[in-house]
Design a protein around this ligand. Structure first.
Ligand code: CUA
Length: 321
């Protein structure tokens, strides 16, 4: 599954506004560029021909050029008008972005961490609140109000197909409003340098129809399934008795820590480590064994567990669909 990350193919109304402003700016700048080149070639064309033998004509410095004043005034006026038009278009775009109707909006809180995204789905009913990581599902056609917070340093939320950038700042709460109008899988990326693994701080946005979205959300709200086979059962016990549960949460178990991504439904996610690895058993094993090799500087320490224990842990995590 390749997720799209492309500012020029907007999949939502906010990104469309920005793409239109971009198109309009490029058109105006293209006209200016062509006009300047035309003026340059006109000037080159009317300059007197000369070769190496021609004596320098110093008298031309003193000859007044006709119409210079008019041309300069016209050029300055046109430049000012062009800039004012761009300013007007920019203000109009800003207003359009700020006035997205928010009735029936989905409320999501994104918390930026070094280097992953905590995604909390809010609900008036506390029992319907749930958390996931590095993945956001949204219903097509419904507005989404994303609250942005930072857990450590400044990050920036950016899903080019859906909207522009907005910073996540420690001690401050920002919001961004967006709406996907086309179903699809879009890539989000931290857009503010936030440390060593800034580039590996991605997330996936799945825009789908409302029924599918509700289905996904209902599945995410459920606590983790109890493992049934012996190997996964052993992995569960290792997880709960080892260091894993000191940072991670798995709903429905004794693991309640919120330092690191919630793993209640880890097996249902497309990637591991915020877009760094595909989510498959091999990557999962490699990640648990030595995260520092795959993502140097990440907060998760290496776990030098024996092969059979690693197998059991992976078997358990793979049941968390
Ligand atoms: Cu977070 Cu860059």
């Amino acid at each position: 599954m390749t997720a799209l990350q492309d500012v020029l193919h907007p999949a939502g109304i906010q990104a469309s506004h920005i793409a239109s402003l971009w198109g309009f700016t490029v058109a105006i700048c293209a006209v200016v560029f062509v006009a300047i080149l035309a003026a340059l070639f006109y000037a080159l064309g009317r300059a007197p021909r000369a070769d190496a033998a021609t004596a320098p004509d110093m008298a031309s410095m003193d000859r007044p050029e006709s119409g210079t004043r008019r041309i300069v005034v016209a050029a300055v006026t046109l430049s000012i008008v062009g800039l004012l038009v761009l300013l007007g278009a920019s203000i109009a775009t800003d207003r359009a972005l700020a006035t997205l109707p928010l009735e029936n909006a989905v409320h999501i809180e994104m918390v930026g961490h070094q280097w992953w995204w905590e995604v909390n789905y809010d609900d008036p009913q506390p029992s319907r609140i749930f958390s996931t990581a590095n993945e956001m599902h949204i219903p097509v056609g419904r507005p989404v109000l994303v609250t942005l917070k930072a857990g450590d340093v400044i990050h920036s939320f950016w899903v080019p197909n859906l909207h522009g950038k907005k910073d996540l700042i420690p001690g401050r709460t920002n919001t961004i409003q967006l709406r996907a109008d086309k179903a699809g899988i879009y890539r989000g990326q931290c857009a503010e340098f936030c440390g060593l693994q800034h580039a590996f701080m991605a997330f996936t946005v799945v825009a789908e129809d409302d029924a599918k979205f509700q289905q996904w959300a209902d599945a995410q709200r459920k606590p983790a399934v109890e493992p049934t086979d012996a190997k996964a059962r052993r992995g569960h016990d290792l997880f709960m008795s080892g260091t894993c549960m000191m940072c991670h949460q798995i709903q429905g178990t004794t693991a309640n820590a919120r330092m690191a991504p919630d793993l209640t439904h880890i097996a249902s996610r497309p990637t591991l480590a915020a877009g760094t690895l595909p989510n498959d058993p091999q990557s999962m094993a490699a990640w648990i064994r030595d995260p520092q090799k795959l993502k140097p500087g990440a907060q998760m320490p290496a776990h030098h567990v024996p092969d059979d224990e690693l197998d059991a842990l992976v078997a358990y995590l793979e049941t968390l669909k």
